[in-house]
Ligand binder design. Structure first.
Ligand code: GLY
Length: 254
């Protein structure tokens, strides 16, 4: 059974790390309701939800995606780029070790899971404020035995690589071309997000389902036209914490 690991929202979410956004007040109750809807949507998509242990003292703990990257063969525990986020990984590792053998990124490497996009045996890793080339080299070493190639991609205009790109189908990507250089993905068809929805590329697609923030109506319409069953979710509060849909879960497929 595919499992989605999630974590309860910290009451301190309003004190989260911010890089490209101005701080604004987050309604914690509303954020919790939005997270529940997100978990319900993942259940609709066939995932069993498993919450990793609460860490209420860590504002960004809900963004579990950054703490680990899961492949069919292994899991890689990260060393997040923001110092405040490094204590988030231990509790994720404890749970993920039940599903995969684990490797761990070590200093001086830093890497956020949001910077990792996997396309079959090709892994693209954002070189960003959070992720450095030392960690990418460790990724290469961890994944080489399993036949993966790893390519670093510069990311400067948004937080993470996956803020600006999503895999929609085997050869089809949804991308913000202002933030990511599409020429780095030769052989793939690239659909651009609409200019009014720069954050629209952070969607989750699995089987016939596509999960999309409610605010991005053009993106939702395009996904519908591609034939997907779109679940549009209100993500207003988590978006204020500079987070997208993918940030809030680690998807562990069978
Ligand atoms: N607030 C999400 C992050 O900066 O990691």
């Amino acid at each position: 059974m595919p499992t989605a690991l999630t974590r309860a929202i910290s009451p301190l979410l309003g004190e989260c790390e911010l890089t490209h956004l101005q701080r604004s007040v987050i309604d914690i109750k509303k954020a919790q309701n939005q997270q529940k809807e997100y978990e319900n949507a993942l259940e609709n998509m066939g995932y069993t939800i498993r919450r990793v242990p609460d860490i209420p003292h860590l504002p960004d703990g809900v963004f579990v995606e950054d703490a680990a990257v899961v492949f069919p063969e292994i899991g890689i525990i990260t060393r997040p780029g923001a110092k405040s986020r490094r204590p988030e990984t231990e509790s994720v590792a404890a749970v993920l070790s039940e599903y995969r053998d684990l490797k761990t990124i070590t200093a001086p490497g830093t890497l956020d899971g949001g910077d990792v996009l996997t396309l079959g045996k090709q892994v693209f890793v954002g070189i960003s404020e959070r992720t450095n080339t030392k960690a990418i080299q460790q990724f290469v070493d961890f994944l080489k035995p399993y036949g993966y190639s790893v390519t670093g991609i510069p990311v400067t205009k948004c937080l993470h690589l996956k803020t600006a790109i999503a895999v929609i189908d085997n050869d089809l990507l949804l991308i913000n071309p202002e933030w990511i250089d599409e020429s780095l993905f030769p052989g793939y068809r690239c659909e651009y997000v609409s200019e009014s929805e720069p954050y629209g590329a952070n969607v989750i697609r699995k089987d016939n389902w596509a999960l999309c923030p409610k605010a991005f109506t053009n993106t939702a319409e395009w996904l519908q036209k591609q034939g997907y069953d779109v679940i549009a979710l209100d993500q207003s509060e988590l978006a204020k914490a500079e987070a997208g849909l993918t940030c809030c879960s680690i998807l562990v497929d069978d």
